[in-house]
Design a protein. Structure first.
Length: 141
């Protein structure tokens, strides 16, 4: 039933709990798990030094790559392997596009548990994905 599980991760405790849930399902169902992390587009102000800009962007990318490396380590400790992918752009759009493109049949993701007012004002990635996904979603708190 769920042969391809997608887990969007952001390094938070909730996303690690979502990864744990996906790995549990993977063990039980023999599913493949893919963990993705979406880097927000960096607002680049005027920086006179191209070298400094490149260094800052590389450091940002390396910091985001560590999130996926930790996910791979978690899976390896459980005797499992996962695919990891770094994406860039609007998180909810990137998650939905990747899910459809790669034909995942379940998304397991964490939520920050924002109250209704904050969610209304700020929106949340999990809420947007939940309302626009064509496949089932498991939200982990």
């Amino acid at each position: 039933m769920f042969s391809r599980i997608l887990v969007p991760v952001d390094g938070s405790d909730n996303s690690h709990r979502a990864l744990d849930a996906a790995l549990f399902l993977s063990e039980k169902l023999g599913s493949k798990v893919a963990a993705i992390h979406v880097m927000d587009n960096v607002p680049v102000l005027h920086i006179e030094s191209e070298k400094l800009l490149r260094e800052l962007l590389e450091a940002y990318k390396k910091e985001n790559q560590l999130i996926l490396s930790k996910c791979s380590e978690i899976a390896t400790k459980k005797g499992l392997t996962i695919d990891t992918k770094m994406l860039q752009g609007n998180p909810s759009s990137a998650i939905l596009d990747y899910c459809e493109k790669e034909k995942h049949d379940l998304i397991v993701m964490g939520t920050r548990g924002m109250g209704k007012f904050k969610e209304l004002v700020l929106g949340s990635v999990s809420s947007k994905v939940l309302h626009h996904s064509s496949c089932p979603i498991m939200i982990i708190r």
